[in-house]
Unconditional design. Structure first.
Lengths: 219, 487
């Protein structure tokens, strides 16, 4: 459930803010239809994300290779597929392909997820963003998204009420901003031997929460 | 199970209602290749994937049986098999015994039909195949020589008292080749199914695709030569519309591929194939034709740079397009009788996902997990539309192996390399290693038993020099490979 604290603002101002995608403090702009949030099932993570990921938005995640951080994303993907909503995962990692049995074992319903390979996802998959077919789109390691592409993604995510997660192969920096991603989070593995002991999530933008120490996701 | 051998006396039977790839084997005997449209029919039957569970298989059988009865009449004889040769053999046995109906080759009834084929049927079919090979111009094939060798083989079988081909299934194909030649060797491979449904084996099958006498095409001579897609698109849209008008005359159709034959000002020609992943309702998108033009644009952008690069440098203008032909190369026709029966499925609108896939240059893949512990064989494409290993079994939740394979899956990485990459032996840092699992490859697969050292794999999770968690294994001969990464 979303806990909202809505300040008293005149409706006409709220409408203008909604048009520009502006939120007021910790408030969530009321929409005429119920907003859909995508939860992970992990209460600490959902609280960190202030009630899950909101549809109609873009988030950016710093997840360098080899840290296992995509397990965090899979916890959200699993819940979305369990609700029988379609997910699209666009893989841009060099040389690597998805291994579906591992995804299925981690709770993803393979009937409701599709995979595409594209280093330039916006260029190749523009028709996907013009349809509200996929409720969650994950762009894994896209190559050099331009400002226009970010703007297009954000606009279409809002119009189609889709959430787009962009997973970068590097840690995000607060110095180099991204106005199109409402939420920007770095995920660092807490190293303890080869397996690691979970991750530390640190928000660069979009949530006022303190960094979160997340244990390995139980499947 | 993609090949359908069908015998129908109905003069109005049109195999194009089922697939764009078919041939007239003999008068009133059709051979159909359902691979291009298999996902479409599976979808229409309300199931996914050709590797289907028991109850879904029955649904698909029932669907196809109904569709074929409607199209070809109640007295139809049809056999569906993973090999066109076995489908034809099954059909011949049905004809000999006066049986009607629709039989699946992998069912006990279908298997018995093929096993009970006599030498008469076998050699009669062999002669038909030989005639088609001769017609196709098979390399180094002599029809008279083949008939001589077939006669020798027939006499040999009679002398040895071998009742039918099934009784000789253990005979190695090489023995047939040594005694009776390459052509009979190929037929023997198909009969004994010695390499399963290996596509390379079936590639020599003499397909002579049926071509309609009147093809659906439009021609365009441009008043002004065109170079850029923005200008070409407007004109091409009109031509796609003209194609739709011709399609409408033939009845409701779904298009699988177009051919765009472009002629440049220097009179050189370029053929640009335009393919749809799923049968596409071209007239439904009139007049904008967004899907067709998107696919045309992708094909144009792929083909034109190479053509431009190969041009003699006479100046850019010579490589402008002066005229073109646009024709429909593959389609299926859906007659009213089929649409009426399955109206509740078909009229609910094309599946939105298939429509979206038709607008993309890359596929949107869906996967299914199999009950196989070898990582490379642990999954398959859902609705592959292509023949693949028929011994692959989908994982079911009530399978006793399901919990173990799930536990294996949880320890394996989300991303793997398509082929394990050889790597140098990792340095022995005991803190950086975790043993994951030991697996054995399938020793009974040909070629593997002879290299026993490589059959065993010991998998580890370890940190590489960049501190990334990778999935490596050591095989029985001590070689190390990187197989995946824990991203």
């Amino acid at each position: 459930m979303v806990q909202e604290s809505t300040p008293k603002i005149p409706q006409y101002i709220a409408d203008i803010m909604a048009q520009h995608g502006v939120r007021a403090g910790t408030a969530v702009v009321q929409k005429t239809s119920d907003p859909t949030r995508f939860f992970s099932g992990n209460s600490a993570l959902d609280e960190f994300l202030e009630g899950g990921l909101a549809s109609g938005a873009v988030s950016e995640w710093g997840m360098p290779a080899g840290q296992g951080a995509r397990e965090i994303v899979l916890s959200i993907v699993g819940r979305v597929t369990a609700a029988e909503m379609l997910v699209l995962w666009v893989n841009g990692q060099d040389g690597l392909e998805v291994y579906p049995p591992a995804w299925s074992a981690r709770g993803v319903d393979l009937r409701f997820i599709r995979f595409a390979t594209a280093k330039k996802p916006i260029e190749l998959l523009k028709p996907v963003f013009l349809e509200p077919l996929f409720r969650l789109v994950v762009l894994d390691s896209p190559k050099n998204l331009s400002g226009e592409e970010w703007a297009f993604m954000a606009r279409q995510a809002r119009a189609m009420e889709v959430h787009v997660m962009v997973l970068q192969n590097f840690f995000l920096s607060g110095r180099r901003g991204n106005i199109w991603a409402r939420l920007r989070v770095n995920c660092r593995q807490r190293s303890n031997g080869v397996r690691g002991d979970g991750w530390q999530l640190e928000a660069v933008r979009g949530t006022a929460r303190q960094p979160l120490d997340l244990r390995a996701i139980a499947m | 199970m993609f090949y359908l051998a069908l015998s129908s006396d109905r003069p109005d039977f049109n195999p194009e209602s089922l697939t764009p790839r078919f041939m007239l084997w003999q008068p009133a005997i059709w051979l159909l290749d359902l691979r291009p449209v298999w996902p479409y029919w599976c979808h229409q039957a309300g199931i996914s994937g050709h590797k289907i569970q028991t109850n879904d298989q029955e649904s698909l059988h029932a669907f196809l049986r109904q569709a074929i009865s409607l199209l070809a009449g109640e007295g139809v004889r049809a056999v569906m098999d993973a090999s066109p040769w076995r489908a034809l053999m099954g059909l011949e046995v049905m004809r000999e015994r006066g049986l009607d109906g629709f039989v699946f080759g992998h069912n006990p009834i279908g298997r018995n039909l093929v096993n009970e084929a006599s030498w008469d049927i076998w050699f009669r079919l062999a002669d038909e195949v030989a005639s088609h090979w001769f017609g196709c111009g098979r390399e180094r094939f002599n029809l008279q020589g083949f008939r001589r060798q077939a006669h020798q083989m027939e006499q040999g079988m009679e002398r040895l008292g071998i009742r039918n081909p099934a009784a000789l299934v253990e005979m190695p194909a090489l023995a047939i080749r040594r005694r009776y030649g390459a052509a009979l060797h190929d037929l023997w491979l198909w009969t004994a199914n010695l390499h399963g449904d290996d596509e390379s084996n079936l590639s020599i099958f003499p397909w002579v695709l049926w071509r309609q006498q009147e093809s659906i095409q439009v021609k365009r001579h441009l008043d002004t030569p065109l170079l850029e897609w923005e200008h070409i698109e407007t004109v091409l849209r009109d031509d796609v519309d003209r194609l739709c008008a011709q399609l409408d005359k033939q009845g409701v159709g779904r298009v699988l591929s177009l051919e765009w034959r472009v002629v440049f000002l220097d009179l050189s020609c370029l053929v640009i194939p335009i393919r749809f992943r799923h049968p596409h309702d071209l007239p439904a998108e009139s007049p904008h034709h967004r899907t067709a033009l998107l696919q045309a644009c992708y094909a144009f952008e792929d083909a034109i740079p190479a053509a431009m690069g190969a041009a003699v440098d006479l100046g850019l203008y010579e490589k402008a397009i002066g005229s073109w032909e646009l024709l429909v190369t593959e389609k299926i026709i859906l007659p009213p009788i089929l649409r009426d029966l399955f109206g509740s499925i078909m009229d609910s609108g094309e599946d939105r996902l298939q429509e979206l896939e038709n607008r993309l240059p890359v596929p949107l893949n869906a996967y299914e997990v199999t009950s196989n512990w070898i990582p490379e064989d642990g999954y398959c494409l859902r609705n592959p539309g292509n023949s693949s290993d028929t011994t692959t079994e989908l994982m079911r939740t009530d399978d006793v192996r399901h919990p173990s394979l799930q536990a294996l899956g949880r320890r394996r990485p989300l991303f793997v390399y398509p082929k394990p990459r050889v790597c140098p032996q990792p340095a022995n840092h005991s803190r950086a290693w975790t043993f994951c699992e030991r697996i054995m490859d399938k020793w009974w697969r040909s070629g593997i038993a002879s290299s026993q050292g490589s059959m065993q794999r010991d998998y580890y999770m370890m940190r590489d020099e960049d501190e990334r968690a990778v999935w490596v294994f050591k095989d029985g001969s001590g070689k190390w490979y990187v197989h995946g990464m824990y991203n």
